[in-house]
Write a new protein. Sequence first.
Length: 300
Amino acid sequence: MTANTLNPRRLDSSERPRSERRGLARLRPALWHVIVLVLLLFLLYPVLWMVGSSFKPTQAIISTLSPWPKHFAGSNYSTGWQGSAGTTFSTYFLNSVLISVGAVIGNLASCSVTAYAMARLEFRGRALVTGLAIGMLLMPKEVLLIPQYLLFHKLGWVDTDLPLIVPKFLAVDAFFVFLNLQFMRGLPRELDEAAALDGCGPFRTFRYILLPLIRPAMATTAIFTFIWTWNDYFSQLIYLNSPDKQTLPVGLRMFLDATSGSELGPMFAMATVSLAPLFALFVFFQRNLVQGIATTGFKG
């Protein structure tokens, strides 16, 4: 007997038949796609169940976990749009749009300017100010809730949109300050020096040189600010008391408060309506969102 017969060995990948290697190469991507689709189905099930429940009668929502409705109840949308507690759902929707847009404008204006000062300007205490701003990321919002409420109450801002919009113009969201700061730190200093040689001061350098370059970070700031403000329930519940000033998250809760849980169908219908702007925002700006997160994560 030969040595090869006594000691059989397995064929490595280079010695396998070409057809077998091609089959494995085709099977692996297909297997990964199946796994991803299964995981995606689990992740999307709550959303599918919510959308399906918006077309179900209330009793069918309680009795089954299937997302597909057996009997369509299209009246849930018309009933839900009429609102609850005497306030139409369009009022909640417009209030959310106003507050979210105001918060986006405030964060874009204040966080970018603050990040520019920390990243590019030289002044005493810059390291301390930067450390305090980053340290705000570790502080829970509940710690500042009572002092802020007392301050806004003294100013007469409670039950208005001002407590939810005005602080955004003061760069109170340290996360977005840090995001823009990291992006600016990755830009070469030669840009500032070239602008200074051309006679640009700090404001013109920021306006004409750096601001166009930080658009990915600005887009990320705008998208996340809109999403977080649109979905915010706690702050809006604290500062807004009148029904005609409530926003979508609080307005959805009003269906349960007003009817003791008997209007689940209209509530899910309006939840689907409130989700539509966020879905459209992500579809149209997902490229800017991914680019902003990726580039900010690798700069510094």
